[in-house]
Design a protein. Sequence first.
Length: 223
Amino acid sequence: MSSSTAPTLLPLPPYPSHPFTSDSSLHLLFDRSLLPSSVIADLPEQYHIRPLATTDVTRGHIQLLSILSVAPELSQQQYDEIVEDMLVRGRRGGYYPTVIVSRETDQIVATGTLLVERKFIRGGGLVGHIEDIAVSSSAQGRKLGLRIIQALVGISEGTGCYKTILDCNRDNIAFYEKCGFAQKEYEMAKYAPASGVNHPAPATFIPVPDGKKGNSDYLSPNL
Ligand code: ACO
């Protein structure tokens, strides 16, 4: 009778097929110390928040953004050119694209950008604009959207902005209210003829109670 012993099962490495790329191996678009430590501490262990990296085109960045608007795939060269342009335009800090990466897949599961605008008013004050927030459908509902917003607001206030603003559609108002934002003003848009959008999307009238007028009175789909 053969004396076969059961093979010893070695524990699998946690994430064998997609090794997580550490920040030290990446070229990040801004100094990660600008990210609030409270946001880093509150993130679930399987996720990592960092500034966008020059190679994030290979980590699903554009596919994720396609849930927001038309976002055709980009080659690494096209991506490099966009990143370079952002760095030139924001030489002293203007663009803060931020991502949350899954440690399991090394893919981007949430993203958003802060733009900082210098004003002539308010004694040359700064205003932060939040743009292009997206969380992958498989990761929604885990507070990653909230963490991205908290990170961008933290950068905005940390760099001296006196306010942080954004535009959104009606469906997302409750989300942004949970992030601490309040409705104010109206959004207007005019598309260039070359954009291919024949006319601005028709605004949807949403009645709001007197005394609570805000930018959700007239809302357009995100194009
Ligand atoms: N309506 C009401 N409440 C919401 C909504 C919503 N649409 N989305 C999230 N919430 C609530 C959550 O229930 C949670 O509440 P809780 O604290 O009481 O539990 C809180 O807001 C935080 O939610 P998160 O889990 O952080 O939300 P998530 O990670 O799913 O991200 C987001 C929300 C960004 C809207 C995501 O659903 C998404 O990517 N949607 C598609 C793209 C999109 O619409 N992006 C925003 C465009 S606007 C702009 O870019 C400025």
